[in-house]
Design a protein around this ligand. Structure first.
Ligand code: ADP
Ligand code: MG
Length: 509
């Protein structure tokens, strides 16, 4: 007797079809799983055996051979417990139903209850694409699956309940598609709560408008963390495709809660400075997306940047340029997307008060230099915008001034983004931060006066070619925020002012 049951697997953040093939023949009793199973799949054999018995069924008699196809991809995890049980009950006639357009996924506990697995959203998308009509999956995962159209998704609590459904005894109702709620962008707070700090707010607006990375320097308590947390609230609303992409990553990482379906707010990730390179960029024995991928579509905030280990900071360089990260492991390489805006914050020195208007800095010059030198030149170069966040004055904090709301700032950001999308249609990029050097001439056209200003700044500040490119891109965004076609003097001046902090603090470079 032979049976094949459909299931799904995950590679990177995308899914592929897996077939669970079971052959049961007479002869000596045995239970083999082939098709490159890893240790978890072998353990699955024991769970499956117990679950079948404890659900009131019996393992087929004689020799059982299970093949997980395709055999050339290493399948990991315990997600094949459920399809395996269904295949075994089917091949032995304990389930009598046509399963050809159904797929199954889920880990099983010894008592036959079905437990959650990771990556369900991607699996449901591919299952629907490949013509599967009914997808049976753990109850805890069913909400994330229910956003996919064209497929019935069924919450499965236990083996017994599923068999009763398949045998038309006690039907399980398919999960209804959720209502996608209007996006709540001020998830992490609103800009109107931040008093003063107009330069920093403007810098973040420009960052949001052009997709630029930002470095904030200022003493403790000046509001750097507060400001960074509010950057997602001025980024454009997420499109459905972006929401799917971000949710897929969180789903594969196992970070979606039972009541979550689609992530519709832009993520804000703030890993501690003790984070390891693997936790930041992804990887591990069973590879998982790291913080930079979880931040995809949103903001990665690195607070106290100099406290991060140098190797961790350097591991960010390539992903920052590419928008994706590749992690190598024994069985091959996995690529995860990581499109995020980086916001880094730091104190100007170890004690935090270097250059403070009222407080004394207790650090030696050597200590300050050493502290600043933890950030390499190339890393500094990748942070397009540098802005000082001075301490807030008491009268600013107590003033009842009406600060601008995130929604109002976001309108300007969205307008500037729209201009960029039009301009870059068909070029493969969507924002100014991604302009390549060869595109600058075409897209960053300056007035004659602006050219002169940039020329003067270039020689006076001793800019590198890279620094020159960064200023042009930044000026492009500043001009877009004003809907100006050509880059003018004031745009150049504003851009230069956001690029000269490295000269104040890192003057020895
Ligand atoms: N500009 C500001 N407006 C309102 N509150 C502020 C401002 N700056 C700082 N605060 C208050 O001070 C606290 C500490 O700010 P925080 O963002 O953690 O500073 P930093 O990260 O620069 O050390 C905030 O939680 C907030 O209550
Ligand atoms: Mg802070």
């Amino acid at each position: 007797m032979f049976t094949r049951v459909n299931s799904m697997g995950i590679f990177g953040i995308d899914a592929y079809s897996v077939g669970i093939e079971v052959d049961s023949s007479g002869g000596f009793p045995g239970f083999d799983i082939v098709g490159l199973p890893d240790a978890a799949v072998k353990e699955s054999r024991d769970r499956v055996r117990a679950a079948i018995k404890n659900s009131g069924f019996a393992l087929p008699k004689g020799k059982i051979t299970v093949n997980l196809a395709p055999a050339d991809i290493k399948k990991e995890g315990s997600l094949y417990d459920l399809p395996l049980v269904i295949a075994l009950l089917s091949v032995s006639g304990q389930i009598d139903a046509d399963l050809s357009d159904s797929a199954f996924i889920g880990e099983i506990s010894l008592d036959g209850n079905v437990r959650r697995v990771n990556g369900i959203l991607s699996m449901t998308i591919i299952a629907a694409k490949s013509g599967i009509k009914n997808f049976y999956l753990p109850k805890e995962n069913v909400r994330e699956a229910s956003v996919v159209n064209g497929i019935n998704v069924y919450p499965v609590e236990s083996v017994k309940a599923l068999v009763e459904h398949l045998m038309d005894k006690v039907p399980i109702a398919p999960q209804k598609a959720p209502e996608i709620k209007p996006q709540k962008q001020n998830f992490y707070g609103d800009f109107s709560e931040v008093k003063g700090q107009y330069a920093a707010k403007k810098a973040l607006e420009i960052a949001a408008a052009g997709g630029h990375n930002v470095l904030m320097i200022g003493p403790p308590g000046s509001g750097k963390s507060m400001l960074a947390k509010r950057l997602p609230s001025i980024l454009p609303d997420m499109s459905f495709e972006e929401a799917i992409e971000t949710t897929k990553i969180h789903s594969v990482a196992g970070f979606l809660s039972e009541d979550e379906s689609l992530i519709t707010h832009r993520p804000f990730r703030s890993p501690h400075h003790t984070v390891s390179a693997v936790a930041l960029t992804g990887g591990g024995v069973i590879p998982k997306p790291g913080e930079i991928s979880l931040a995809s579509g949103g903001v990665l905030f690195l607070d106290e940047l100099p406290e991060f280990s140098r190797s961790v900071i350097e591991a960010l360089r390539a992903p920052l340029e590419d928008g994706k990260v590749t992690v190598s492991r024994a069985a091959g390489r996995v690529t995860y997307p990581c499109n995020f805006t980086l916001v880094a914050a730091m104190n100007p020195c170890p004690c935090g008060y270097y250059g403070h208007p009222h407080k004394e800095c207790t650090c030696t010059q050597t200590a300050v230099t050493k502290y600043l030198d933890r950030i390499s030149g190339p890393m500094l170069d990748r942070l397009d915008i540098h802005v000082e966040v001075p301490p807030v004055e008491f009268n600013e904090l107590t003033a009842v001034a009406n600060e601008e709301t995130s929604e109002s700032i976001r309108k300007r950001v969205e307008a500037a983004r729209k201009i960029q999308q039009q301009r870059y249609k068909g070029t493969g990029i969507s924002c100014n931060a991604r302009l390549t050097p060869s595109m600058l001439d075409k897209y960053c056209v300056m007035t004659d006066a602006a050219k002169k200003t940039l020329e003067i700044a270039f020689s006076r500040l001793g800019l590198s070619a890279r620094g020159y490119d960064r200023i042009l891109k930044l000026a492009r965004t500043i001009a877009d925020l004003e809907a100006a076609d050509m880059i003018d003097t004031k745009h150049i001046t504003a851009a230069v002012s956001m690029r000269n902090l490295d000269r104040k603090y890192w003057s020895n470079r």
